[in-house]
Ligand binder design. Structure first.
Ligand code: 5GP
Length: 208
């Protein structure tokens, strides 16, 4: 009997962006902890460590010289300059994970998202939105890791980033005290995307 087998074997590449302080890190980490949850890529950066950062967990911290030489070696899946520092996604691990069927989240800025849209059209892009700019300001101030100068710079960048939200496939508003809801919404996006007809590979198989 001829049977069609519908399967989506490859992992999904999921881009998550959103302004600093919106809580995208917490959403991604929480989802990664669930059973069969996605892997969250660890980026390399040249920015100095901040309080709360953990080397090789939050980021791989590298110097500018090393980063620039890796750009020329095509080591990064994508990279960008954000707030005068370099940030990049190491390529090898991502390709391995996707091939093995694991979903991978890239927590990257809108420039990185644009480069992924161009080079990986099957990627899904999600923007995490604060309920309001006032709320975002309160969250960044509450984190206590920014000087006044950095705060002003970050808020102005946040406004620019929010303008990019319509370019994303999905928008999740991360409301106050609603981490669980945002995590479920991100999970729902990933589940639905796996069920997309265009993503499912139809294979003919014979059953005796
Ligand atoms: P932060 O310094 O606050 O950790 O991150 C600053 C910005 O850089 C955030 O928007 C974050 O999503 C972005 N970012 C972190 N890693 C990467 C990366 O590998 N590539 C790109 N393009 N952006 C990144």
């Amino acid at each position: 009997m001829l049977q069609r087998k519908y399967t989506d074997n490859r992992g999904l590449l999921v881009v998550v962006s959103g302004p600093a302080g919106v809580g995208k890190g917490s959403i991604c980490r929480e989802l990664a902890r669930t059973d069969g949850g996605p892997d969250v890529s660890i980026s390399e950066t040249t920015r100095p460590m901040r309080p709360g950062d953990e080397a090789d967990v939050t980021y791989y911290f590298v110097d500018r010289e090393k980063f620039e030489s890796r750009i020329s070696e095509d080591y990064y899946l994508e990279w960008a300059r954000v707030y005068d520092n370099y940030y990049g996604t190491p390529r090898a691990r991502i390709e391995e994970k996707l091939e093995a069927g694991t979903d991978v989240i890239l927590e990257i800025d809108p420039q990185g998202a644009e480069s992924i849209r161009k080079n990986f059209p099957s990627a899904v892009t999600v923007f995490i939105m604060p309920p309001s700019v006032t709320e975002l300001r309160a969250r960044i101030t509450g984190r206590g890791s920014e000087t006044e100068d950095q705060l002003v710079k970050r808020l102005s960048c946040a406004k620019d980033e929010i303008e990019q939200a319509p370019r994303y496939d999905y928008i999740i508003v991360n409301r106050e005290n609603s981490l669980g809801r945002s995590v479920s919404e991100l999970q729902a996006v990933i589940t639905a995307e796996h069920l997309r007809t265009s993503r499912i590979t139809a294979q003919d198989s014979r059953e005796d």
